[in-house]
Design a protein around this ligand. Structure first.
Ligand code: NAP
Length: 304
């Protein structure tokens, strides 16, 4: 029987584990793919405090080492079912059922992909799903953002502050983003919107060199020579395990209070899988620390 089982081994999960293990709670982290989550596939981070630049993989390894040093156990397995009601929770993988007095859900979210050849290969070499994380590497360069929602609008505005030119490639002729952001985008001289446009081809061997864009009204193809392509076509929360079992917001993110408590006693959520405004490693780590503290309070009967 574990005091805390943490589902997901990204920065939220590992930070939670560092705190719970250090508090002498019997802790297990279960991760299905690779430790570090999205962080592990981030080439360089310049916005994690304390590191002028660090690779996501290096930070993931450090978090892993720190959590296990304090006694957290880690398991590489896919959780297939959760039984979260009652005092004893069950976390079920294909091989085993783990029992826990509390559970921290830290399954993260996945950026929606365009699904084009070369897309996966060039992630970290010109293709990014996070302008706030990677934008600074493209100072004075020409870049493009794909999407027409609030994220795409914010990304384009952010990149326009230091990139030479920003194309906004959107499949329709009006943005889905809130009017104030959409107006700002069209009124920013450095941003060139390409309406009714879809990325047809991603070109580049070792790094991104260009994209081919098709106008879906005229079928005209144009080639944009760009160093960065920021894909902002939405995120998909990894909520498959809790859909229909826990309160989610309208976009499928887990609802929590500011102490990371979900609507189920003893069940907490942290990181990108929960409802929040800024999805970054530093905010995931913060959530993890708070969730761990709340779990400890719950287990010792000191919950507010
Ligand atoms: P979103 O609102 O779902 O917008 C996704 C955009 O990508 C849409 O314009 C969509 O086009 C386009 N798109 C989707 N799939 C595509 C594909 N396969 N190829 C090309 N384009 C595609 O996603 P989001 O911008 O990440 O925002 C998610 C939620 O968070 C939204 O509700 C948003 O309001 C909220 N949010 C709020 C703020 C803020 O308040 N500051 C900031 C960020 C996000 P269509 O328009 O044609 O469907």
């Amino acid at each position: 029987m574990y005091d805390v089982v943490i589902v997901g081994g990204g920065p939220a999960g590992f930070t939670a584990a560092i705190y719970t293990a250090r508090a002498k709670l019997k802790t297990l982290i279960i991760e299905r793919a690779y430790f570090g989550g999205q962080m592990a596939i981030t080439d360089q981070m310049e916005n994690y405090p304390g590191f002028e630049a660090v690779s996501g993989m290096e930070l993931a390894n450090k978090m892993y080492g720190q959590a296990t040093k304090f006694g957290a156990e880690v398991e590489m397995a896919e959780v297939v079912e959760l039984d979260l009601y009652g005092d004893i929770k069950k976390v079920i993988t294909r091989e085993k059922t783990y029992e826990a007095k509390s559970v921290i859900l830290a399954m993260g979210a996945s950026p929606r992909k365009l699904g084009l050849p070369n897309e996966e290969k060039l992630v970290g070499a010109g293709i990014s799903y996070c302008a706030t994380c990677d934008g600074a590497f493209f100072r004075d360069k020409d870049v493009a953002v794909v999407g027409g929602g609030d994220t795409a609008a914010e990304d384009a505005l952010y990149l326009a502050r230091f990139c030479r030119k920003v194309y906004l490639i959107h499949r329709r002729d009006e943005m889905r983003a809130t009017k104030i952001l959409a107006d700002l985008v069209v009124n920013t001289p450095k941003i060139t919107p390409l309406w009714n446009s879809e990325v047809e081809e991603i070109i580049g061997e070792n790094s991104l060199e260009a994209v081919k864009v098709r106008n879906n009204k005229t079928n005209e193809i144009s080639k944009l020579d760009i160093s960065g392509l920021f894909i902002a076509i939405g995120y998909i929360p990894n909520n498959e395990l809790v859909k229909g079992k826990i309160d989610l917001n309208e976009w499928g993110y887990i609802k929590t209070d500011e102490n990371m408590r979900t609507n189920i006693p003893g069940v907490f959520a942290a990181g990108d899988v929960r409802e929040k405004t800024l999805r970054q490693v530093v905010t995931a780590a913060s959530d993890g620390a708070i969730a761990a503290h709340s779990a400890e309070q719950y287990l010792t009967g000191r919950e507010l």
